[in-house]
Ligand binder design. Structure first.
Ligand SMILES: NC(=O)c1ccc[n+]([C@@H]2O[C@H](COP(=O)([O-])OP(=O)(O)OC[C@H]3O[C@@H](n4cnc5c(N)ncnc54)[C@H](O)[C@@H]3O)[C@@H](O)[C@H]2O)c1
Ligand SMILES: N[C@H](CO)Cc1c[nH]c[nH+]1
Ligand SMILES: [Zn+2]
Length: 436
């Protein structure tokens, strides 16, 4: 029998709960100076030496023996081949998931609008898609065909004409499902490049990689740090780092189900976070027993153990309302309300990337095929960020048309304000349009 799992047991009413929670939430490597320095060095090298640097870092970090960028480019024909190579079941699952993700995201599409004032002045907003989007699909420790769909489908729904995807293939192992998903979702070009070098290439462009307008998608600490560093040169969606799950349970769900829900995010990464809050202490014991009994059945039990022992916790609360308060403080990427009446708790939730309602809505269904996006804000950034969506691939331009009467009216107001700012040219430009 393997050694018992050392998962933190906390009580939200203990005096030192706040400091324990802060320690648990700190994603230490985020502020790790050596990561920042390494990423900065990679970005500068890619800016200065383009393809050569991308090839060099890919060989070093992904263990590939590649001579030139040609070895790292996959065109549409290769993506179509992948679609032929996967099994019929896999193709059907991808198609079902892609269709559900597409239908959900269609609802997010914003349309241009305008209105006309009595003077004949027209005001409005014109929506345009990005010209070119760069998708980062993680591939270091696991492959994510589902993340291809979650990134590419909203881009296509938004009408982005060119979608470029980066995905690492450690040791040269290509996942055909990833390429098949890219084919189905309409990705134009794939580069088998990952990490900070992929982000830098998309941000600045190289001889082979076209410079994009925005980079979206999740990734590890190197990817997240690089996205932060290139923001401004290009747009980014958010910082989507290691996965997180927070479960609020009334103690009435099968403990094995909850244990597996916690495992489901812990198995992504040693840095992933899984937290359970319940007012029922005996239930927390039961879940801990389930975690210990089921851990050995997982393929990635080593990663899961590290994740749960460093960033996991089972927390006793006084009530479900207190659980919601603690959850808001954490602002988790995924929140499961595994309770009899999730609707009653929903109004209490202010910060969460995605909210899974009731015992029959495990986060795993959202990861693959429910429809909403699984690229979500992590590390507490759900306080100010939202799920990846069609809106991330659309821009808004204001549209203003002044009729002669409308201009004359507006100019009187503008002139007063411009003179108050001592901006004479502004004032006179407006005043020329005043009717005598
Ligand atoms: N939020 C989401 O929607 C979502 C979805 C899927 C995965 N994830 C998360 O994405 C992350 C994926 O991480 P991953 O590592 O598997 O894949 P990744 O693609 O993010 O990172 C792999 C790359 O990291 C770089 N790298 C690795 N070690 C390095 C080093 N020492 N120095 C410099 N660069 C180095 C390499 O270039 C490699 O190609 C996980 O944390 C997972 O939880 C999040
Ligand atoms: N849970 C991840 C997002 O945080 C997404 C994912 C992909 N595959 C499985 N899970
Ligand atoms: Zn997941």
């Amino acid at each position: 029998m393997s050694k018992p799992l050392q998962i933190a047991r906390l009580d939200a009413n203990q005096a030192d709960f706040g400091s324990h929670l802060d320690a648990l939430l700190a994603w230490e490597s985020v502020s790790d100076k050596s990561v920042n320095e390494r990423v900065e060095e990679i970005i500068q090298a890619v800016r200065q030496r383009g393809d050569a640097a991308v090839v060099e870092y890919t060989a070093r970090f992904d263990g590939l023996s590649v001579d030139s960028m040609d070895d790292l480019i996959l065109d549409r024909a290769r993506l179509e081949l992948a679609l032929e190579r996967i099994t019929a079941d896999q193709r059907q699952a991808l198609e079902v998931a892609a269709e559900r993700v597409r239908s959900y995201h269609e609802k997010q599409r914003q349309d241009s609008w305008r209105y006309t004032e009595p003077s004949g002045t027209v005001l409005g907003q014109q929506i345009t898609p990005l010209d070119r989007a760069g998708l980062y699909v993680p591939g270091g420790k696991a492959s994510y065909p589902s993340s291809v769909l979650m990134n590419a489908v909203p881009a296509k729904v938004a009408g982005v004409p060119e979608v470029v995807m980066m995905v690492p293939t450690p040791r040269g192992e290509i996942n055909e499902l990833v390429l098949a998903a890219a084919c189905l979702a309409g990705v134009d070009r794939v580069f088998t490049v990952g990490g900070a070098q992929a982000v830098a290439a998309l941000a600045y462009g190289t001889e082979s990689v076209p410079r994009v307008d925005k980079i979206v998608g999740p990734g590890n600490i190197y990817v997240a740090t690089a996205k932060r560093a290139v923001f401004g040169q290009v747009g980014i969606d958010m910082i989507a780092g290691p996965s997180e799950i927070l479960v609020v349970c009334d103690g009435q769900t099968d403990p094995d189900w909850i244990a597996m829900d916690l495992f489901s995010q812990a198995e992504h990464d040693e840095d992933a976070q899984s937290i359970l809050l319940s007012p029922d202490a005996a239930f927390l014991d039961a879940v801990e027993a389930s975690l210990n009994r089921l851990l050995g059945e997982l393929e990635r039990s080593d990663i899961v153990r590290t994740s749960l022992e460093t960033r996991g916790a089972l927390i006793k609360v006084d009530s479900l309302e207190q659980a919601c308060e603690v959850s808001n403080r954490i602002a988790p990427e995924h929140l499961e309300l595994s309770v009899a009446d999730p609707e009653a708790l929903l109004p209490l939730i202010r910060h969460a990337g995605a909210i899974f309602m009731g015992r029959f809505t495990p986060e795993a269904l959202g990861d693959y095929c429910a429809g909403p996006n699984h690229v979500l804000p992590t590390s507490g950034t759900a306080r100010f960020s939202s799920p990846l969506g069609v809106y991330d691939f659309q821009k808004r331009s204001s549209v203003i048309f002044c009729s002669p009467d409308g201009a004359s009216d507006l100019a009187r107001t503008a002139s007063v304000l411009a003179r108050g700012e001592s901006l004479t040219a502004h004032a006179r430009s407006a005043e020329y349009r005043i009717k005598n």
